[in-house]
Design a protein around this ligand. Structure first.
Ligand code: CA
Length: 224
């Protein structure tokens, strides 16, 4: 699927030039000539990256940036006028990923776009996987592997392992695990945690030569 880029730039010539070049590179482009409309499009549009001019009618680029950053981590490259140093600094302070000064060579813009998109990909990758040694849990794929070999887990076992891995090197009590995996209002047996740890261990011990989940006597469980 082509990556989608939104251009918010009121100088129509520049916007059209960028659109042409980026389309040629295989990106899917939408554009807006004013800040308010651009902000609405950005909020609705599932874009992969935003090119955002600063001097814009209706809502300036810094304000658009500020509002988008309240809810979204989408990569944003600011388009700034030559010598507008304060704008660049404010833009970066407010969470822009990068800026480029107009007029720019299209190759430079393309390079910056590639960097910003790659950084975003790496970020999503990192936050979606948890690991302990050769054990890897992928939240997006909902999969667990040990040394590359898949381990089949039920939803509850998966969630239990996810909580333990998120708190790696921290002992989690039965109460904490009960609350995080089964919820506050769970009314069943409290030994359900031990039962599920037992299931989970059996599956992990079948593939791992070392013990992955350790018991801390009288306290709870830990993955180191
Ligand atoms: Ca402008």
């Amino acid at each position: 699927m082509p990556e989608k880029i939104l251009i918010i730039e009121d100088e129509e010539k520049i916007a059209r030039f960028i659109e042409l070049e980026l389309t040629h590179e295989g990106y899917e482009i939408e554009k807006s000539y004013n800040g308010r409309e651009g902000l609405e499009m950005a909020e609705k549009g599932h874009f992969d990256l935003l090119l955002l001019d600063i001097m814009l009618p209706e809502l300036n680029g810094l304000e658009v940036l500020r509002r988008i950053r309240k809810t979204s981590e989408i990569p944003i490259i600011m388009l700034t006028a030559r010598d507008a140093v304060t704008d660049k600094v404010s833009g970066l302070d407010m969470g822009a990923d990068d800026y480029i000064t107009k007029p720019f060579a299209i190759e430079e813009l393309l390079a910056r776009i590639r960097v910003a998109l790659k950084r975003k990909k790496n970020m999503t990758k990192e936050s979606a996987t948890l690991d302990a040694g050769k054990l890897v849990l992928d939240k997006n794929a909902h999969s667990v592997t040990f040394d590359g070999n898949p381990i089949e887990l039920t939803n509850r076992e998966f969630l239990l392992l996810e909580i333990l891995l998120e708190n790696k090197s921290i002992v989690l009590s039965r109460d904490t695990l009960l609350e995080k995996v089964w919820g506050y209002d769970y009314m069943g047996e409290t030994n359900v945690v031990d039962v599920y740890i037992y299931y989970l261990r059996n599956k992990l011990d079948a593939v791992s030569p070392e013990k992955i989940i350790e018991t801390v006597r009288g306290v709870g469980y830990i993955i180191k």
